[in-house]
Design a protein around this ligand. Structure first.
Ligand code: LLP
Length: 424
């Protein structure tokens, strides 16, 4: 198995390095738990999509839920990306990072009235509408604020993305999108409502997809609908195929972004839709392999049936193993010689589900630093304060130099918005 995160992540002798920086040294300088990202890896990931999209009308909208830190957004603004957002909070982050609402698509099944109004006032490019009720409410809000909402209907194509059930979103049984067989009627309704203008069509079939075929199946279903809708005299300018491209955690070998895009464009051209603008909403594939989580070994606790390696990062810092039984590689920052017993790598949180990796062969001692790999996506983004633990700090390597992009949360931050009950 090649090292997930290579070539940005590599061993120099015993030392694990990201962009040429020693992770052991970074952990000791900035403290742990610590997220470290390679900006170069993020920019190269965007470039792979852009290469294949060059010369075609397109907008690459970074699905910022994967990693919404301001410096990460700033990196993608500078790379020319738009953004896929799912809340008003995400919109404010895009604006704070210097992004433009005119390059934002607003997804999500539960947009509130207030979020719609804020997005209309900011001038987001398009709403990806997920239900009939949302269409009606958006029309009312657009009329109320005197704006026209550009809409794209998120259609549920009912294809199996072949991924974990929690991150598969394009099946009939999922809560997402408008059913394929109701889509034409919904477009008719959208075209008739005041304050709305039909702009496009959208889907998102799941996440951590490692094959091209589910995308092509979903694309075919979308293009069938585009043809049916346009036959009714309603114009669809853009096709948004969503995000979902997988990354390497272990032995997976997902297609490269440029390969995926090339195959999609070939299918679009073959069906005579080459004039349409293509939108994509990648999240994980732009940031996942660019990041690592660093953690210090606190205690080793050998046992009769299991050995536990207790580290200072926990499920509140990295929820993916606990929530999806996700397998993420764990490597010592500085490799030691000697025996490598099998450990369950667990955190300090009071839950048996608090583990980062199970049955890992590691030569470790207390005080050593470990790196959890492929931790740039849905990692810090999903961190919580469970067990009153402050969230980790984040460092970005910019031109090979570490820049602190998020301070470690302070314990007083955790209590800042709380109030004691006034005494009588
Ligand atoms: N567009 C929409 C509408 C989405 O719901 C998502 C992700 C994306 C784009 C980006 O998908 P990506 O390219 O990142 O696969 N927390 C889970 C993943 C949840 C994905 C949610 N939606 C995990 O850690 O695996």
């Amino acid at each position: 198995m090649s090292l997930p995160g290579a070539p940005y992540l590599a061993r120099q002798g015993a030392d694990l390095q990201l962009d040429g920086c020693s992770l052991d040294a970074l952990a000791r300088e900035f403290g742990t738990p610590l997220y470290v990202y390679s900006q170069r890896a993020m920019l190269d990931a965007v470039a792979a999509y852009q290469r294949a999209l060059a010369g075609r009308p397109h907008l690459l909208c970074y699905a910022m839920k994967a990693n919404p830190s301001l410096a990460v957004l700033q990196t993608f603004v500078q790379a020319g990306c738009g953004f896929d957002i799912v809340s008003a909070g995400e919109l404010e982050r895009v604006l704070a990072a210097g992004g433009s609402a005119s390059r934002v698509v607003f997804s999500g099944v539960g947009k509130t009235r207030a979020e719609m109004r804020r997005a209309l006032q900011a001038g987001v490019r398009c709403f990806n509408v997920e239900s009939q009720g949302e269409l009606e409410l958006l029309s009312q809000q657009a009329v109320a604020v005197g704006r026209t909402a550009q809409v794209s209907l998120r259609v549920n194509p009912d294809v199996d993305a072949g991924t974990h059930p929690y991150i598969s979103t394009g099946l009939k049984d999922n809560k997402f999108g408008i059913a394929h067989d109701q889509a034409v009627a919904s477009y008719r309704r959208a075209a008739s409502l005041p304050g709305l203008q039909v702009a496009g069509i959208d889907c998102h079939i799941g996440s951590q997809i490692t094959q091209v075929e589910p995308y092509l199946d979903a694309l075919d279903r979308l293009l069938d609908l585009v043809e049916a809708v346009e036959a009714e005299g309603i114009t669809i300018r853009h096709v948004d195929v969503g995000g979902g491209l997988g990354i390497q955690y272990g032995t997976e070998a997902p297609p490269q972004a440029d390969e995926l895009v090339t195959r999609l464009l070939q299918r679009i051209d073959a069906r005579g839709h080459g004039h349409r603008e293509l939108l994509m909403e990648p999240g994980r594939s732009l940031v996942g392999n660019a990041g690592v989580l660093l953690t210090e070994v606190l205690y080793l606790k050998p046992g009769a049936s299991k050995n536990f390696c207790i580290v200072d990062a926990a499920m509140n810092d990295l929820m993916r193993p606990a929530m999806y039984q996700a397998w993420m590689a764990i490597e010592p920052c500085h490799r030691r010689d000697g025996a490598a017993p099998t450990w369950d790598v667990v955190g300090p949180v009071c839950e048996s589900g608090d583990w980062l990796g199970r049955a890992r062969e590691l030569a470790v001692q207390p005080g050593d630093m470990l790196a959890v790999l492929s931790a740039g996506a849905y990692a810090m983004a999903m961190a919580s304060n469970y067990n009153s633990r402050a969230r980790a700090a984040e460092v970005m390597l910019v031109d090979g130099q570490p820049v602190l992009i998020r301070e470690r949360e302070r314990l007083e931050d955790l209590m800042a918005s709380e109030r004691l009950i006034p005494r009588p």
